[in-house]
Write a protein that binds this ligand. Structure first.
Ligand SMILES: [Zn+2]
Length: 165
């Protein structure tokens, strides 16, 4: 729970929170993809998880917290490698865009995260997700494609509106 409540302080919008969820799901998916599921079906699975969070109606955001809890469980295993972080960023960006969340929020989120780790107590999540200098550059490099996916999702009626927990 420390991880979750810490995250909620750093992520100040539903789109930023979706960045975290998408990134976490991407870590899980990338691991599963290596083991047995195809990348395509793994991506579908991630999408349905994100779609269900975007349809969330319950006050307190129980479902979303559940997803974050799942992410934390996987995320705590190891500090992710540079390569894994990069993969999770790119996959997570696409997942959130396809669910109708603004992918540009991911850059704001990581900027917030860097600030949070600079002063005071960094979120526990941060220790398993080291901040890499190239991260924001890479997100930028993939943004145009993610924005196109995002626009398409919005046109298809994916306009998530999560109440603040
Ligand atoms: Zn990560």
């Amino acid at each position: 729970m420390g991880v979750n409540s810490g995250m909620l302080k750093v992520a100040s919008s539903q789109d930023q929170l979706a960045s975290v969820v998408g990134h976490e799901i991407a870590h899980v998916l990338a691991r599963h993809a290596n083991e047995r599921a195809s990348t395509k079906s793994a991506t579908q699975m991630g999408l349905s998880i994100l779609a269900s969070t975007s349809g969330m109606q319950t006050p307190g955001g129980q479902q979303l917290m559940g997803v974050l809890g799942m992410g934390a469980e996987y995320g705590i295993i190891l500090p992710f490698s540079r390569k894994h972080e990069s993969e999770a960023d790119v996959i997570g960006l696409e997942l959130m865009a396809r669910a109708g969340f603004d992918p540009r929020a991911s850059i704001v989120l990581w900027e917030n995260m860097q600030q949070a780790s600079g002063g005071g107590q960094p979120p526990a999540w941060m220790s398993t997700h080291p901040s890499h200098g190239q991260r924001i550059d890479e997100l930028d490099a993939n943004m145009q494609r993610a924005l196109a996916i995002y626009e398409q999702a919005r046109q298809q009626g994916r306009t998530p509106n999560c109440p603040r927990p």
